[in-house]
Design a protein around this ligand. Structure first.
Ligand code: FAD
Ligand code: NAG
Ligand code: NAG
Ligand code: NAG
Ligand code: NAG
Ligand code: NAG
Ligand code: NAG
Ligand code: NAG
Length: 537
């Protein structure tokens, strides 16, 4: 684990020692010339979506969807140009000219990447921000929709709900998550135990690769269509739009969310939950969120475990179910709240006092989001003993008042157990009891010293090792974590080097991802710190 502690200072050294800003002033001009000559007669409209660093809107456009302020400080490298395409030809021109002038492209949909990979690179780069690619066409009769990548989850929920309250998309919990990155990495939410991941519900896509051709499912072939549904964003090209199956939701869903402290048997309850939750019916989404807090009784630090469920059905069905399966939790009749599907999304996002229009708002009001964070993930296939939880508590209790640590434990099972591991690149299927999502969150200030929070997270991760999945220690690609391995900046990353992090995210599906990458982008044009490498490198 020592190397983990060493690699962050190293990263900062790299950042400061780069002098590419001057060196690339020329390539920047050539790049802009190239854009203007791509379709000269259409450049007037194209020029309206090109932001260079001297443009007064540049910073606002760049900041618009940065969700982790850790990656917007002055020492973080910035794109030479930001393009917010409004036409596919703008995307094609940007690919053509970036290739020609040796610039990297980072594609951004919702900007939620945990490591900022959609808007930060260590080499000269441009950002394609898909904010204008966000139309949503819902076909209620066919129960399908075409969704452009730049749409956020909340927009999708709202647009479907506007037409019918019976249907929805199995999207994310947080309404600001971008569709592009979300589906690219699999994508789970309240409905994944019933209908699988977002990626499991994709039936077609519109894609542009390094050669600039626009491909649909038929043209791209089943290998590439497989790879883009969970193989992680930014490796193969740019997905502009996804055709998805819509799924059914009942007119009433039921939610409960109850907190239990250590004094209220949180340890025994969580221990028991591991046996109960993965076996609940597919209609139940179940999560336990854990953090430390001052006890309201004696003012001393304690651990609070909040048990939350969202059930696709009425309270009269959920009450006897919980009474039978998990009586220890001691739920009361008044803990069960009935609401509509769309209200359950508002509830989760702490927007219950708002109308559903708030879901269209791309800015983040959730107090957790404007803060900096470091996150990691684990998968668990064997219940943890209580002693493991005790050690987790002692670490949570050491978190200082300047930061908050939140550990979410999300039950798997249901439909996730039925989908074969090779169906999509996302491999965490049968036998997975739950996923753990660790977060430490702090206010980014000049003297906030993020290193100590990041170190705390790495120590916790190391502590958890014996209790979670092994060989590989699995992780969720949409919870991007560069600690588990990274490619070289020069793009010369060996298959062996990449398979360290690759197998954690994709298990043996990594091999097929490398095969697809080698076929579709052998020059490794689309790349980042954890992109799938082609086999020759
Ligand atoms: C507050 C918050 C809540 C979250 N909630 C959930 C949740 O409920 N369920 C869940 O599964 N995950 C969740 N996540 C994780 C989320 O799914 C990933 O961060 C996802 O990658 C975000 O997609 P994005 O478009 O917003 O991110 P971006 O940062 O825009 O993109 C993420 C990655 O995908 C690439 N990419 C983006 N768009 C495209 C495209 N069109 N084509 C190809 N590559 C592209 C980017 O280059 C980058 O590598 C959450 C994250 C945050 C910060
Ligand atoms: C900034 O760029 C936008 C988009 O290209 C353009 O409309 C605007 O006029 C530019 N503003 C300045 C001050 O250059
Ligand atoms: C997009 O570009 C194409 C060709 O490059 C052009 O024919 C078309 O009119 C453009 N569409 C819009 C909406 O601007
Ligand atoms: C949708 O829901 C409404 C009201 O709940 C119901 O009347 C209608 O039959 C449902 N439609 C379908 C296709 O299920
Ligand atoms: C905690 O568990 C013990 C033994 O299982 C039980 O006696 C006690 O009532 C529980 N406490 C609470 C607050 O539920
Ligand atoms: C928790 O307790 C500590 C020490 O008693 C105090 O400084 C802090 O303000 C309290 N925090 C909250 C959120 O009440
Ligand atoms: C809902 O509550 C938030 C936070 O308390 C507040 O800022 C917002 O104005 C409220 N919205 C409405 C519609 O009352
Ligand atoms: C908490 O504060 C102590 C003493 O200032 C420090 O050593 C430790 O690193 C801090 N821990 C975290 C997680 O911030």
């Amino acid at each position: 684990m020592k190397s983990l502690h060493d690699c962050l200072p190293l990263l900062f050294v790299v950042v400061f020692s780069l002098s590419w800003v001057n060196a690339s002033a020329n390539s920047n001009d050539y790049f802009l010339d190239c854009l203007s000559s791509y379709h000269p007669d259409e450049f007037t409209s194209f020029s309206k979506v090109i932001y260079t660093e001297t443009n007064s809107s540049y910073s606002a456009v760049l900041e618009s969807s940065i969700r982790n302020p850790r990656f917007s400080t002055p020492n973080i490298p910035k794109p030479l140009v930001i393009i917010t395409p409004s036409n596919i030809s703008h995307v094609q021109a940007t690919i053509h000219c970036s290739k020609k002038h040796g610039l990297q492209i980072r594609t951004r949909s919702g900007g939620h990447d945990f490591e900022g990979l959609s808007y930060v690179s260590q080499v000269p780069f441009v950002v394609i921000d898909l904010v204008h690619f966000r139309s949503i066409d819902v076909d209620v009769k066919k129960e399908e929709a075409w969704i452009q990548s730049g749409a956020i989850t909340g927009e999708v929920y709202y647009r479907i709900n506007e037409k019918t309250t019976n249907l929805t998309f199995p999207g994310a919990l947080c309404h600001t998550v971008g569709i592009g990155g979300f589906i690219s990495g699999g994508g789970y939410g309240f409905l994944f135990r019933k209908y699988g991941l977002a990626a499991d519900n994709v039936i077609d896509a519109q894609f542009v690769g390094a050669n600039g051709r626009v491909l649909d499912r038929r043209l791209m072939g089943e290998d590439l269509f497989w790879a883009i549904r969970g193989g992680g964003g930014g490796s193969f090209g740019i997905v502009l739009s996804w055709k998805v199956k819509l799924v059914h939701v009942p007119s009433t869903v039921t939610v409960f969310s109850v907190g239990r402290t250590l004094e209220q048997n949180a340890t025994q309850l969580l221990h028991r939950w591991q046996y109960v939750a993965p076996n609940l019916p597919n209609d139940v989404y179940s999560v336990v969120s854990i953090s430390s807090m001052n006890s309201t009784e004696n003012g001393e630090r304690t651990v609070l475990a909040t048990f939350t469920s969202v059930f696709q059905g009425v309270a009269d069905e959920l009450i006897p179910l919980m009474q039978e399966r998990f009586p220890e939790l001691g739920l009361l009749r008044e803990d069960y709240i009935e609401m509509t599907w769309i209200e359950s999304i508002l509830f989760w996002n702490q927007l219950s006092n708002e109308t559903s229009e708030i879901l269209l708002d791309r800015s983040n009001r959730n107090s957790l989001v404007p803060l900096s964070y470091k996150s990691k993930s684990d998968y668990v296939r064997k219940p943890m003993p209580e002693i493991a939880l005790q050690g987790l508590w002692s670490r949570l209790l050491k978190v200082n008042e300047t930061s908050t640590a939140i550990v979410n434990i999300i039950s798997y099972g249901g439909k996730m157990d039925e989908i074969p591991e090779t169906e999509t690149p996302f491999p965490h299927r049968k036998g997975t009891l739950y996923k753990i999502n660790y977060n430490i969150v702090w206010q980014e200030e000049e003297n906030s010293n993020p290193q100590r929070y990041i170190s705390w997270m790495r120590t916790l991760y190391s502590y958890m090792g014996p209790f979670v999945s092994k060989s590989p220690r699995a992780a969720y690609v949409n919870y991007r974590d560069l600690d588990i391995g990274r490619n070289n900046d020069d793009g010369k990353t060996s298959y062996k080097q990449a398979s360290v992090w690759g197998r954690k995210y994709f298990k043996n599906n990594f091999d097929r991802l490398v095969y697809v990458k080698t076929k579709i982008d052998p020059e490794n044009f689309f790349k980042h710190e954890q992109s799938i490498p082609p086999r020759f490198h």
